[in-house]
Design a protein around this ligand. Structure first.
Ligand SMILES: Cc1cc2nc3c(=O)[nH]c(=O)nc-3n(C[C@H](O)[C@H](O)[C@H](O)COP(=O)(O)OP(=O)(O)OC[C@H]3O[C@@H](n4cnc5c(N)ncnc54)[C@H](O)[C@@H]3O)c2cc1C
Length: 425
């Protein structure tokens, strides 16, 4: 007698959810992704697609399509200190086919993966569907309740994979609280026009009282201006002109364009968190990505970790779920595999925070001298391969299982074409 395949609900269509769902569908699982937004167009999710994710895209048969997206490539990373420019990471020293990080708006990356999902007959993507509760409890979950087009509906499944980010509704539904590691910084996020002859060599600027990260998005920069946690209200009270002055003080060449900020409404506060669940699973439920461990933007590694979690999870549970042989032990095994790379990466981010508000720009502000670790990297350029590896590949990179690999996939169509059938369902 033929056994019908296992079913899975993936909550959240971010990097973790889309990659996990693609692989689960390729394993033969009946998978439904519920994403609360109607599109992928949000600009605060980061733009980095790391070397290990690029390798994964090759394995998934999506490398050529990805290469056609409008992208910028980062091959070296440095920052401008008051003491001058320092190079930190040299990605040309990486092993493998990709010696760079691609900077691609995340919506393009997610749309590409969504197109590949559509080619899988057991995959369904439902946009504008917000999960509000789980069916069951922390002792056992067997589906979700979600709101779609103004009505609440239930969807039963053998497994719920919660990929709903750092404010995970699924986590709340089952009464799980993540352990918070205090974070002393927040980020102000906004755009300014970019010119081809801008005198920027690295990723940003560290000076006494300010740390600014600039992401090149073609005709504009996406800027992240770091502030001490809790100081946003004071900064806003001081007004737009004072904020423009602070920017120009840190980066004088921005003087000709800070007027493009019309009001402090253009400047969004993004609260930075580092947190981690003690247990990433319960019977019928698995947390991955930021839902299991919220990442700071430091190093731009959160997307990569979320993707690596997704691959590890799908590889372990895909075939078992497809043949309805999934055990709770398999869910625990996913956490066992991904816990250490996550914990070490978060520890590194916490050290970086400590520097930023301690001896660094938002603390004692010793930016006129180069910190000892960076001096070492200037003296021995080969060592720049170490931070390059840590960021662009990461600890324990994951690879697509043989059953999930493809040599080519159908061409991407427009997002409208891809979403219409799902939205009609
Ligand atoms: C300011 C800032 C900048 C960052 N920059 C970078 C960077 O440059 N590079 C990098 O690698 N990382 C960066 N990060 C970290 C990165 O954004 C996260 O680590 C990464 O997005 C996690 O992926 P995810 O799929 O787990 O979760 P998310 O990307 O958060 O995706 C969660 C998805 O779930 C959906 N969702 C949420 N709730 C529900 C619900 N109830 N029902 C249905 N759907 C739901 C959301 O709409 C979303 O699409 C940054 C973080 C911050 C705060």
């Amino acid at each position: 007698m033929e056994v019908s395949p296992g079913t899975c609900v993936v909550v959240g269509g971010g990097p973790a959810g889309m990659i996990a769902s693609l692989l689960l569908a390729r394993a033969g699982v009946e998978v439904t992704v519920l994403e609360k937004h109607r599109d992928f167009l949000r600009d605060f999710r980061g733009d980095t697609v790391h070397a290990s994710t690029l390798t994964l895209l090759d394995e998934l048969g999506l490398g050529e399509q990805f290469a056609r997206l409008p992208a910028r490539y980062l091959v070296q990373a440095g920052v401008d200190l008051d003491a001058g420019h320092v190079e930190i990471a040299d990605l040309r020293r990486l092993p493998g086919a990709h010696q760079h990080i691609a900077l691609v708006p995340q919506w393009d990356f997610l749309e590409l993966v969504a197109a590949a999902c559509r080619a899988e007959p057991t995959h369904r993507l439902l946009m504008g569907a917000e999960v509000v509760d789980v069916l069951g409890s922390a002792r056992g979950v067997h589906g979700v309740r979600y709101r779609h087009n103004g009505t609440e509906q239930e969807l039963a499944a053998d497994l719920v994979v919660a990929c709903d980010g750092r404010t995970s509704a699924v986590r709340t539904s089952v009464g799980r609280r993540a352990r918070e590691f205090g974070v002393p910084i927040d980020v102000l996020w906004f755009r300014l026009p970019r010119h081809d002859d801008d005198p920027i060599r690295g990723l940003g600027r560290l000076t006494r009282g300010a740390m600014v990260v600039l992401i090149d998005r073609g005709d504009y920069f996406q800027l992240g201006y770091l502030i001490k946690k809790g100081t946003d209200a004071d900064l806003r009270a001081a007004g737009l002109e004072a904020f423009r002055d602070r920017l120009v003080e840190a980066l004088p060449w921005l003087a000709d364009r800070v007027e493009a900020l019309d009001s402090m409404e253009d400047v969004k506060l993004l609260s930075v968190q580092i947190s981690r669940l003690r247990r990433w699973w319960a019977p019928g439920l698995l947390f991955i990505g930021d839902a299991a461990h919220a990442m700071s933007p430091v190093g731009g590694v959160g997307i990569n970790l979320a993707v690596q979690d997704a691959v590890a999870a799908a590889r372990r549970i895909g075939p078992r779920l497809a043949s309805r042989r999934l055990r709770t032990l398999d869910l625990a095994a996913v956490q066992a595999r991904r816990w250490l790379p996550t914990a070490i990466t978060q520890f590194g981010q916490r050290l970086a925070h400590r520097y930023i508000v301690g001896g660094g720009p938002l603390g004692r502000g010793r930016t006129e001298s180069v910190p000892p670790a960076l001096r070492l990297l200037q003296r021995f350029p080969r060592l720049r391969g170490v931070p390059a590896y840590a960021v662009a590949i990461g600890l324990l990179p994951e690879h697509a299982p043989a059953w999930g690999r493809r040599s080519e996939t159908p061409e991407a169509t427009s997002l409208g074409d891809r979403l219409a059938p799902d939205l009609r369902s």
